[in-house]
Design a protein around this ligand. Structure first.
Ligand code: NAD
Length: 248
């Protein structure tokens, strides 16, 4: 754990009485599994930044290059496992009357860890979608759909709209939550980045987990500086926040 450990006593009071929890995650939650973030030191691929590849314009200009980058990223996804942070979030579904996990991640690691109710704001890299007719399929070799349109990863690229209803569902969850976590996200990619701000406006107690400060940090009720694989298991330890429950 980084720096001086913050005073967690108020957090534990809130967490023990919270009945509705929402969690907003970003690329940092998968960093300890070996997935590169976009903004970290390992975020570059060849000489390109993600913003130059994950766009409809890049795909129209040079689909081969975009496929090559996604093949590289899918290769990483295939070789990684959920970490202790994903696992703590999967267990946390049983600790609250309502629990909603909202992710910007496209790697599917939350589901792999056992989370059952995940709002995927930016799609999933393990699926393809036809760029013309919208047909979905598990990722595959052929680049062309039966309609003749090109398949692409079923992810939201910079400048594209989010899946219909996903933001509404996320806002609904944070509007009714008494405890909200924002973990592993730089809170720089909009509109998703509005979610923790919206949680504050609706009166939730918001905890940020990130080794680095973010634009949201000054608004967080608690900001812990460190990796989510260490902090989420600690903050969501059933033995501490649900001491009366038999969690064996
Ligand atoms: P980002 O790359 O902008 O920021 C990552 C954040 O994680 C940073 O603030 C960094 O300080 C923090 N971080 C790094 N290591 C961490 C750790 N061990 N524990 C906790 N936090 C850690 O990511 P973003 O905010 O998710 O936004 C970028 C976009 O990139 C998202 O839309 C997402 O769809 C996409 N993306 C997804 C993946 C993935 O699915 N794993 C990976 C890269 C990018």
């Amino acid at each position: 754990m980084d720096d001086a450990t913050p005073d967690l006593s108020r957090y534990y009071e809130v967490a023990k009485s919270a009945t509705r929890c929402a969690v907003f995650t970003g690329a940092g939650v998968s960093a300890e599994s070996g997935m590169p973030t976009f903004r970290g030191e390992d975020g570059l691929w060849k000489e390109y930044r993600a913003e130059e590849l994950a766009t409809p314009e890049a795909f129209a200009r040079n689909p081969g290059l975009v496929y090559e980058w996604y093949d590289y990223r899918r290769g990483i996804v295939a070789g990684v496992e959920p970490n202790a942070g994903h696992e703590a979030l999967a267990r946390a579904e049983d600790l609250f009357e309502e629990f909603t996990l909202i992710t910007q991640n496209v790697d599917g690691l939350h589901q792999q860890a056992g989370s059952s109710n995940v709002i995927e704001l930016h799609g999933n890299i393990r699926r393809d979608r036809c760029n013309v007719c919208g047909h979905h399929r598990e990722e595959g070799e052929a680049r062309e759909c039966a309609c003749g349109g090109p398949y692409r990863p079923d992810v939201v690229w910079f400048g594209e709209a989010l899946p219909v209803g996903a933001m509404e569902e996320a806002f609904r969850a944070v509007a009714t939550a008494d405890l909200v976590f924002t973990a592993g996200t730089s809170t720089q990619v909009y509109p998703a980045a509005q979610i923790p701000y919206s949680a504050k406006e609706y009166g939730a107690w918001v905890v940020e987990v990130n080794p680095e400060p973010t634009p949201f940090t000054p608004l967080a009720d608690l900001s812990v500086r460190g990796p989510s694989g260490e902090w989420l298991p600690l903050l969501l330890d059933p033995a501490v926040i649900r001491p009366d429950r038999d969690t064996r």
